[in-house]
Design a protein around this ligand. Structure first.
Ligand SMILES: *Cc1c(COP(=O)(O)O)cnc(C)c1O
Length: 353
């Protein structure tokens, strides 16, 4: 605390990202990165964009990227907003669409950045408890609200919500913006993007950080009715006209155009997940149903935090949240089959000692 801080800064409770230790030979299963790396075509496009042209500002509208996303999802560029990672897109959504007279609603167990944005932009919120099986019950959101937001699949549970439930939510909240954060949808979930033509109150957010393995490039986007997109453009153009640099635009376009690599790597993650789930169940873990590139597990006889520390001593890091209702769970990113095998071998040792 310093006397130079503004009152806003004094009151902030910033998000704490998963750690990025610089240790060699670490099996890093704590921040849901994709182990297969970016498309070689994306890397080539980034290299090709590295030159004299960097003296020029990038296209403030990233039109080429909006067109590439539009080709992939069969939607118009005018229905797309792009930003410096989906975290930035979400920030603009909180200020531009979710800051309303009534409190917004999100689950009690969800992406922990949402309450942080509420603190930053002074947005009132109310949390809605997940069911005992950790699923979202859309009926619980049928109350006056200033907007609704949650990830699908939810994080850190990995549990999917069927599109029929999302449609029910949209129909019962026609005067609220409903934001579906699809950071992990490409690992087996169903995207709500096809519903935007039918529901002007739906905004879908996606990122290239997980399924396209470009967390380091910082590209995310939102899809929705032009009126919702215009709100985000107004915020963006009052904040930073050039959120995406030339390298990010070039790499992201190429990543979207390389469908084969995308399909192949997502399928590999899904196959490893299914194998890992079976092996963990065989060790006595309870595994929540996941359609993400991570799983959320607990062991009835072993304390989660102790297990996380024991894994760490064996150079394997997973994420443990010291939070009500989930402090006995570990969130484990699905790595390569080799990384998953290392995890299983270590857990066998830990559980038998
Ligand atoms: C990873 C993640 C994001 C942020 O992704 P970036 O595009 O890297 O900023 C957003 N929402 C959820 C639920 C995530 O897990």
């Amino acid at each position: 605390m310093s006397r130079f801080w503004s009152d806003v800064v004094k009151g902030l409770k910033p998000y704490v990202p998963g750690e990025q230790p610089r240790l060699a030979n670490l099996v890093k299963l704590n921040t849901n990165e994709n182990p297969y790396g970016p498309s070689p075509r994306a890397l080539e496009a980034i290299r090709a964009a590295t030159g004299e042209s960097l003296k020029l500002y990038p296209d403030p509208n990233a039109e080429q990227l909006k067109l590439a996303i539009g080709r992939f999802h069969s939607i118009d560029a005018q229905n797309i907003f792009v930003g410096n990672g989906s975290d930035e897109v979400l920030a603009h959504i909180f200020l531009g669409l979710l800051k309303q007279a009534r409190p917004i609603l999100f689950p009690d167990i969800t992406y922990s950045f949402y309450p942080v944005y509420c603190g930053l932009y002074q947005v009132d919120f109310e949390t809605i408890a997940l069911a005992d099986d950790y699923s979202i019950r859309v009926g619980d959101y049928a109350k006056p609200n200033g907007g609704i937001i949650f990830p699908n699949p939810n994080a850190p549970t990995g549990c999917p919500l069927p599109l029929t439930d999302i449609e029910r939510l949209l129909q019962s909240n026609p005067d609220s913006v409903v934001v579906i954060d699809e950071a992990y949808v490409d690992f087996g979930g169903a995207s709500a993007i096809p519903l935007i033509a039918k529901y002007p109150n739906l905004l879908v957010v996606q990122t290239l950080s997980k399924s396209r393995s470009l967390a380091g490039l910082r590209v995310g986007f939102a899809v929705g009715h032009v009126d919702l997109i215009e709100a985000l453009e107004r915020v963006k153009n009052s904040f930073n006209s050039y959120p995406l640099d030339r390298l990010a635009i070039a790499g992201a376009v190429a990543a979207f155009d390389d469908r084969d690599y995308f399909d192949k790597t997502c399928q590999a993650v899904i196959a490893s997940r299914e194998k890992l789930v079976k092996e963990l169940k065989a060790l006595g873990f309870e595994v929540l149903p996941s359609v993400a590139n991570f799983i959320f597990v607990r062991h009835p006889q072993h304390d989660a935090q102790e297990s996380a520390l024991a894994l760490r001593r064996r150079s394997i890091i997973v994420r443990h949240f010291k939070l009500p209702r989930i402090d006995q769970f570990l969130r484990i990113t699905v790595g390569t089959d080799e990384q998953c095998a290392a995890l299983i071998a270590a857990l066998k040792e830990i559980l038998s000692s």
